[in-house]
Design a protein around this ligand. Sequence first.
Ligand SMILES: *[C@@H]1O[C@H](CO)[C@@H](O)[C@H](O)[C@H]1NC(C)=O
Ligand SMILES: *[C@@H]1O[C@H](CO)[C@@H](O)[C@H](O)[C@H]1NC(C)=O
Ligand SMILES: *[C@@H]1O[C@H](CO)[C@@H](O)[C@H](O)[C@H]1NC(C)=O
Ligand SMILES: *[C@@H]1O[C@H](CO)[C@@H](O)[C@H](O)[C@H]1NC(C)=O
Length: 248
Amino acid sequence: FRFLYYLVVVWLVSASDAKNCSEPPSVDNSIFVMHEVEGQALGTYFCLQGYHLVGKKTLSCNAFQDWDTPTPTCHLGHCPDPVLFNGEFNSSGPVNVNDKVTFQCVDHYILKGSSWSQCQENHTWVPPFPICQSEDCGPPENPTHGYFEGHDFNSGSNITFYCEKKYHLVGTQHQQCVNGEWSSALPVCEPAPKTEFEKALLAFQENKNLCQATESFMQRLKESGLILEELKYSLEMKKAELVAKTLL
Ligand SMILES: *[C@@H]1O[C@H](CO)[C@@H](O)[C@H](O)[C@H]1NC(C)=O
Ligand SMILES: *[C@@H]1O[C@H](CO)[C@@H](O)[C@H](O)[C@H]1NC(C)=O
Ligand SMILES: *[C@@H]1O[C@H](CO)[C@@H](O)[C@H](O)[C@H]1NC(C)=O
Ligand SMILES: *[C@@H]1O[C@H](CO)[C@@H](O)[C@H](O)[C@H]1NC(C)=O
């Protein structure tokens, strides 16, 4: 290792207030470049080849002519070390520019993203690192006004969704866990459509004219082929209620 101290301050700014700024904090293995944006003096640290930056790259010169903190640092390795939870990659030690690394997940995990990445000139990895996703699904959330049945949520398991009374299921009822995801979008429970009787009764209740309401209610029941007998009682009650109201 050669621990060379590199600090090259490049003055790109001619404005007089930028020159008033204090000396920028030194960062090992970096080049400091000063520039000006809309009258504001800024300074950017660039790590040398073989090092990558950790922290905030660009600092500004504040009202007290001091540079913001904290100062970044340049760490060994042209790009940051690869990371992959629940997986492995074939790289150890500091990364050099153009190094290529390949990724693999441990058992029961599935690779999502690219299986390789390369360290670029600009100290970044392209394409971005993949992730290792568990092939198990875990329990889904109960739908609002519904529930599911099933005990296993690992790969290949099946679950079935149900809705409470007066709600009906919209979507796929039977789902299978496939590679960490349920086979389709989870279903929802929506209010069930009203029966013909409920619709007729609603229209009856909303109609202010009792005679007309009764007439059209009977008409609707007849049209929809509903049998009146079992509804008579509630209708009588409703009628009595309305009459009482009219008399008050
Ligand atoms: C910078 O310093 C010069 C000379 O010392 C002074 O005239 C000027 O006002 C200073 N600028 C600021 C922004 O403080
Ligand atoms: C990782 O493996 C790939 C494919 O075998 C190879 O191209 C690459 O150079 C390896 N990288 C390292 C850092 O060994
Ligand atoms: C770094 O360089 C690569 C390849 O040239 C490019 O795709 C990527 O967008 C660059 N990243 C940044 C942050 O500039
Ligand atoms: C889940 O359902 C699928 C198709 O309906 C079937 O092939 C599979 O065996 C079931 N899995 C389990 C664990 O019961």
